[in-house]
Design a protein around this ligand. Sequence first.
Ligand code: PMV
Length: 320
Amino acid sequence: MRAVARAQPNIALIKYWGKRDTEQNLPAVGSISITLAELFTTMSVEFDDALPADSLVVNASENPAMLPRVSRCIDAVAGARRPRAAIASESNFPIAAGLASSASAFAALVVAADAAAGTNYGRDELAGLAGRASGSAARSLYGGFVELANDDDGIALSTLCPPSEWPLSVVVAITATGPKAVGSTEAMETSRKTSPFYARWVDQQQADLDEAREAVNSRDFQKLATVAEHNCLKMHSVMWASRPPMVYWNATTLECMDAVRQMQAEGVPVFFTIDAGPQLKAVCESAAVDEVCERLAATQGVAAVMVTGLGGGAGLIEND
Ligand code: PMV
C-alpha cells in the first residue's frame, strides 16, 4: 500500500500554451520536450484505511494549498473510494518558479499512486492521467525527446529520440527565486480569451512541430535552435498581448538572452527557451556546456546555474 516514484521535469522546445478542454485539461496544441536527468522529484504515496484524510508534505512542510489537486489526481488513478493517503514529495530544485516542478511532481505521483493501489496502468494511460493534473506532466512519463500530440479524444505520447542518441545538455540560469505571480492554468485561459495572437499561435503550431520533429530526427542542432527560439518567443508574445498582460521575464532574463546571442555569434552551439517563469534554460551541445555555464553564471543578476543532461522517464523506486 506504499510506493515511491521518481520523475524528472521536462522542458518544452515547442510549447504547450492554451487548453481545448479545461474540464479534462486537454491542450489546444501539441508540444515537443526534453526530459532532464539530474533534477528530480521523489514522491511517496501510502494508502491507509486508518487515516481520516489525505495529507501532503512538500519538501518537509505541510502543503494544504496543493492538497486538493493532488487528491483529485490520486482519485483519477485509484478511484474516489480509495483509502486516504499520506503523500510526501521532495524536489532537488526550486519549485513553482517556472522549472516545471508540477510536471515532475504529477508524473511521479501517478506512478506512485498506481503502484500503491495496484491498478497497473500502462505508461500511456499514466501519461493521460498525469496530463489531467498538469498538461506538461504527461511528457515526464517518457525520456529524451518527447512529442505530445493531440488526438480526437485525448493525447498521444511518443519518444522521438532516446537521451543516449542525442545527449544535449541544459543549463538553467536562475534569475529569481520564489513562486511565480500567475499560475499557468489561469494565464493560459487569459491568453485564450483575450490575446489577439492566440488563434494564430494555435494555427501555426503544427508547422513548428513538424520542423522541430525533423530537426530532432536528423539531429540538426541549428534547425532545432531556430524553431525552438521562435516558438518560445511566439508563446511569450501571446502572453504579452493578453489583457492583463503577462510578462514572466525580468531584467536578468533579458541579460541571459543577450549572453546566449553573444555565444551564438561566436559559434557556440546553444539556444534558449523560457517557460512561465523568469528562468532561462540554455540548451547546448555537451561539448559547450562548460562555456555556457561559465558565461551564464557570470551574467549580471544570475543567482545560480544548474546543469543537467537528458534523462529517462518517470519510474518506480520502491514498492512495499
Ligand atoms: O503543464 P503546465 O500547466 O504547468 O503548463 C506548462 C506551460 C509551459 O511550461 C509554459 C509550456 C510547456 O509546454 O511546458
